[in-house]
Design a protein around this ligand. Structure first.
Ligand code: MIC
Ligand code: SF4
Length: 625
């Protein structure tokens, strides 16, 4: 691979990774793949979190946790136990450090950008490679400067800032971009508030988002007992950007994302009065101590409306413990809220599905169709303040209309790292693999493609559409054969069977195909089902790389209008694709319709090599990375 001659958007770079994180829903695959790399010890500061699959219906999740603990111990990875908190929140509290790099097998890894890190989400195999000491290959993004002026008024919060950016840029407006925040307005934002913004920058499709490291960063690190990790960092005075956006915080109003997309942004005042059934507060976007203290302050002395179920998931054990100490927890309990554990919980559909046709307000970052577990539900993404006020009233309400005490960072955070286990790297101890933990499927070298269309989908298909979350499907994250049965099940229940009957085929998609979660299962399950190529109008970054890593070719239409001419089960022959080469277009014969069209790709030499080998694992085994 050619080294870049200059740091210019579009160039391919190899980024040295200092830190890695995995979570249990993507981690088992990442470590199963890491095991195959023949490396004795991880080369990064690595943490393995258990936060997604903590419901343990059946033995599967508990078996995953046992495996993750044993594999972390063997290879030198810190292990954050179930109940210790959501990966991004704990990483921020205990590990993030300005100026370092972080690669995580979760799309919300950019949360660390609130701590002035280059923090990027990736598929599990890419993170396994980073743990093995292989630099991360990526396209250098364009840089968008988001200049914040003014100061937030009471009832408006960091969540409303990122919702504003989503309104301006949409869920595909950030692909191959970094959002760098600056301006006077950032001085009033604490690190957890900044991290709410960088976290949900993932919904822009952005590579990452970043804030400078300043006095607010020092303040947070000192309060976490990590003052030594501080160093000041900021953009050069004369930095040049590809694009500049200005947001005046003083003019911002409470916003929400209406069903079913994080960029379907409206003013809260526009829909105020809408009756609600459920409010869920938590997730890696909004479960910090200050978020939940604001909630506690609003709920203090009030009761949750009789028609509303309010749940609170705590970001971490530290957050929960501090709320207990400050008295905020008592106010939350007295209000009638239901307390869930410090984990992802309802955000990934692990419980708390809303009722039929229910309206649910959530402080989370994704409201994709069906993600809550109830297809007919309408999920609105809101700030913790909007959520709390609405839970009391029983309808969507504007938090600027109520008075409450705004929470500030505590004098110092309670430090108790006993939920994070230190590894002893003892190779004598066995790896514990329960019966639901199966081998990772491996692709075959590239061969001619003459296959039928197995599904045709629209724009903005998410990886949740491809492999759903929720308590029925998540237990099979370590078992690709089983999880493949659920591929596209919410939009086309016949898909998996059709693939098996036709010995695989081709997927046709629209714009921004594969947005959302980093789950490589959305590529591994299609690989298992025999999918050879995907042809779309455009891709989301992480999923595209996951397809390549699985040996599936991500192609695009040369003329997007050709999308309209293709139907389910059309037989397509992609002429000469077995000789995949850089900057080359290919003719596709639609043998069913007796027509033809052109497809292209923007794969690098390295990516072409991976596809020709039938995926990244095969390439690594050949020693070619
Ligand atoms: C999500 O929010 O969708 C998840 C669950 O955290 C995913 C990871 C996964 O699917 O395991 C993500 O954001 O990458
Ligand atoms: Fe967990 Fe939700 Fe955050 Fe994903 S978005 S890491 S499921 S809390």
């Amino acid at each position: 691979m050619a080294e870049p001659t200059e740091l210019k958007a579009g160039n391919t770079i190899r980024l040295v990774i200092d830190n890695t994180l995995t979570q249990d829903a993507t981690g088992t695959m990442a470590y199963l793949q890491f095991e195959q790399m023949g490396v004795d010890k991880v080369k990064t500061k690595a943490v393995s979190y258990v936060d997604h699959n903590t419901m343990q219906t059946g033995f599967m999740n508990a078996d995953d946790h046992k495996y993750l603990q044993s594999v972390a111990n063997r290879y030198g990875v810190l292990y954050s136990k179930a109940g210790n908190g959501i990966c991004h929140q704990v990483q921020l509290e205990r590990f993030d450090k300005p100026g370092e790099t972080l690669l995580g097998s979760d799309s919300h890894t950019p949360t660390g950008g609130g701590m002035a890190m280059i923090a990027i989400g990736a598929g599990g195999l890419d993170v396994a490679c980073a743990m093995a000491g292989i630099p991360y290959t990526m396209t250098l993004p364009e840089v968008v400067n988001v200049k914040l002026t003014g100061e937030l008024k009471s009832g408006v919060s960091a969540k409303d800032i990122i919702l504003k950016v989503l309104e301006l840029k949409t869920v595909k407006g950030g692909v191959n971009k970094i959002f760098e925040y600056s301006g006077e307005g950032i001085k009033s934002l604490s690190v957890p508030e900044r991290s709410t913004i960088t976290n949900m920058g993932a919904e822009l499709g952005a590579t990452t988002s970043i804030f400078p490291s300043d006095e607010r960063t020092r303040e947070f690190l000192e309060k976490q007992g990590r003052g030594d990790d501080y160093s000041p960092l900021a953009a050069d005075e004369d930095a040049v950007y590809d694009e500049v956006i200005e947001i005046n915080l003083s003019e911002l109003e409470p916003l929400l994302a209406a069903p079913h997309s994080p960029d379907n942004v409206k003013k809260v005042s526009e829909v105020a009065g809408t009756k609600i059934d459920q409010v869920c507060i938590g997730s890696c976007t909004n479960s910090s101590y200050t978020d939940l203290m604001n909630v506690a302050n609003i709920l203090k002395g009030k009761k949750v409306h009789p028609d509303v179920s309010l749940t609170i998931s705590f970001g971490s054990k530290q957050v929960l413990n501090m709320l207990a100490q400050s008295g905020g927890l008592s106010d939350i309990i007295a209000s009638g809220a239901r307390l869930l554990e410090a984990a992802c919980g309802p955000c990934i559909g692990m419980g708390q599905s809303p009722p039929t046709d229910g309206i649910s307000l959530r402080t989370f970052n994704r409201n994709f169709y069906g993600r809550s577990g109830t297809l007919s539900a309408g999920v609105y993404l809101v700030s913790p303040e909007t959520a709390a006020v609405s839970a009391i009233n029983g309808y969507i309400s504007d938090a600027t209309q109520v008075e409450y005490e705004k929470a500030t960072l505590p004098d110092s955070f309670l430090i108790d790292d006993s939920g994070i286990l230190q590894p002893d790297c003892d190779f004598e101890k066995p790896l514990i693999k329960g019966p639901n933990i199966k081998d990772v499927p491996v692709g075959k070298p590239l061969a001619p493609i003459n296959k039928k269309v197995m599904i045709k989908v629209e724009d903005n298909i998410t990886t949740d559409h491809i492999i759903p979350g929720g308590s029925t499907v998540l237990p099979f994250r370590s078992n690709i054969e089983k999880i493949s049965e659920f591929t596209f099940s919410q939009i086309d229940p016949e898909f998996a069977l059709r693939c098996l009957e036709n010995d695989g085929g081709i997927i046709i998609g629209g714009e921004n195909y594969g947005q959302g979660s980093s789950r490589e299962h959305a590529a591994l399950a299609p690989l298992y089902l025999g999918i050879k190529a995907v042809i779309t109008k455009s891709y989301a970054r992480i999923h595209k790389q996951n397809l390549i890593n699985s040996g599936i070719i991500p192609l695009v239409f040369v003329n997007n209008s050709d999308y309209d001419s293709i139907d389910l089960l059309d037989e397509l022959e992609i002429i000469d694709i077995e000789n995949l080469a850089i900057d080359t277009q290919y003719t596709v014969l639609n043998k069913t319709k007796n027509t033809q069209f052109k497809v292209a790709h923007d794969l690098t030499e390295e990516q072409i090599e991976i596809i020709k080998n039938g995926g990244l694992l095969n390439t690594i085994k050949k020693g070619n990375v």
